[in-house]
Design a protein around this ligand. Sequence first.
Ligand code: DQA
Length: 146
Amino acid sequence: MPPIVLVLNGPNLNLLGSREPSVYGHETLADIADLCGRTAREHDLTVEFRQTNHEGEMLDWIHGARQRCAAIVINPAAWTHTSVAIRDALAASELPVIEVHLSNVHSREAFRHHSFVSGIAQAVLCGFGSNGYRLALEHLSQQFKR
Ligand code: DQA
């Protein structure tokens, strides 16, 4: 059974494609889910791809990953900059966590420069667009083979 990687997406990412395309591009979340699915097949991973606008639901998914999954790739979206609860849940999962952002948060508003998640993440990818998700999965697949 290939290792399961939980790919989690936070609030407003369901609007990708129509949301601020000058910042986030024209790809939809379904396009990114397809990209993750293809990458998983190429690298012998199982990807579970999810999005929620509800923080409690996100916390429940992270809690459920602990026994079942090999790693978490997360774009926490706005919760990156606000949520100690998401950070604590990710830390409690004891899983490798890769934080992904489509945009380069450091070239944007000052409130996006701080991430509650980065301190417990194994790696952070930002500014690569949807490619960041692919890079995160490729990295994990190499790590699992070691
Ligand atoms: C984002 C960056 C966040 O600052 C923002 O709140 C998002 C998306 C990104 O993917 O670039 O919703 O995580």
